[in-house]
Design a protein around this ligand. Structure first.
Ligand code: GDP
Ligand code: MG
Length: 325
């Protein structure tokens, strides 16, 4: 049994097994791990925060995992140290997607500069691993200067991941030209850049058309901004567009560092993290009392029978003293 100090030191040395153990520790929901997990994060905090964090979203099957592997390998070959946090909600049900992600990223995970962590969906949080922020900090302390977070194409997880990265990339399929109406406007507004993916072989012409339509849409959606987010056409199979995309990402991030918005966004994200942590803690403490859980169940029944308003029930539940019926 290594101490938390030893684990922290091993992570700092770049020991990948230690990093994996550390992430397991901070992801743990077992109460007896909580103190050690917090101590580990506190020890490593001085070395965290130095990476570029990129979130990748897009519909299932658009090629996010394949793209991450392709981009990750390029960045590793260029001397960067890359960490991948892959989050796939379907894996919680079938287990198959984890394997899929793993097999597709085998080459990247073998690269000495890479760390790949396919993470099970975070259960109750609808697929976003509840501890992605913490895992990110550990990767940074281990010396990874690029963190890639794969997210899913739908739901709250997009907003959550957007709230913890410096750059949010949307992957679209070549058929997106026809589907642009169906793509959630919110994601188009949130994203910092678009990659129209799979622009190879027979799909290349459709991808070029989709990119034109997407560019027009982005100009409208980002009308107030000095420059609309770039729309790049590319393929992870042929490598087309990947260098262009990386340059566009670096340009945008450099601009943000220069005008101060990079740091401002990070500061706002830290505030949001605090808010979320406070909510989570309050709720956990609230539900830790068995009598409260009972009272909650009783209130549910009365609400269902139409005898009680949810708002009134909530007030009564929160105001009651723990341990009382
Ligand atoms: N033609 C083509 N197919 C791709 C490309 N990238 C991924 N694919 C294929 O698309 C499918 C889904 O890829 P995957 O990375 O698992 O998508 P994800 O669900 O978004 O992570 C796989 O069969 C890949 O081989 C690409 O650049 N071009
Ligand atoms: Mg995937």
């Amino acid at each position: 049994m290594t101490s938390v100090q030893e684990l922290a030191a091993a992570i700092r040395r770049g020991d990948r097994a230690a990093l994996a153990r550390g992430i397991t520790l901070v992801e743990s929901r077992r109460p007896e791990d909580a103190a050690a997990g917090e101590e580990l994060l506190q020890l490593l905090l001085p070395w965290a925060g130095q990476s570029v964090r990129i979130g990748i979203t897009g519909a299932p099957g658009v090629g996010k995992s394949t793209f991450i592997e392709a981009l990750g390998r390029r960045r590793c070959d260029a001397g960067q140290r890359v960490a991948v946090l892959a989050v796939d909600p379907s894996s919680a049900v079938t287990g198959g997607s984890i394997l899929g992600d793993k097999t597709r990223m085998t080459e990247l995970s073998r690269h000495p500069n890479a760390f790949v962590r396919p993470s099970p969906g975070g259960g109750t949080l609808g697929g976003v691993a509840a501890r992605t922020r913490e895992a990110m900090l550990l990767c940074e302390a281990a010396g990874h200067d690029l963190v890639l977070v794969e997210t899913i194409g739908t739901g709250q997880s997009e907003v959550t991941v957007h709230g913890m990265v410096d750059y949010f990339l949307l992957l679209l399929s070549p058929a997106a030209g026809d589907e642009l109406q169906g793509i959630k406007r919110g994601v188009m507004e949130l994203c910092d850049g678009v990659l129209v993916h799979k622009a190879d072989g027979d799909l290349a012409p459709a991808a070029d058309r989709a990119a034109q339509q997407c560019l027009l849409a982005m100009r409208v959606l980002h009308a107030g901004e000095p420059e609309p987010p770039p729309v790049v056409v590319g393929s992870s199979l042929t490598g087309r567009g990947l260098d262009e995309l990386w340059q566009a990402i670096e340009r945008r991030l450099a601009g943000r560092r220069a005008d101060g918005s990079f740091a401002a966004t990070r500061a706002r994200q830290a505030e949001d993290w605090l808010d979320a942590a406070v909510r989570e803690r309050l709720l956990a403490d609230f539900l830790a009392d068995p009598a409260t859980v009972q009272a909650l169940a009783a209130a549910r029944e009365r609400i269902a029978r139409g005898e009680l308003l949810p708002s009134a029930a909530a007030r009564q539940l929160v105001q009651r003293r723990p341990g009382t019926p």
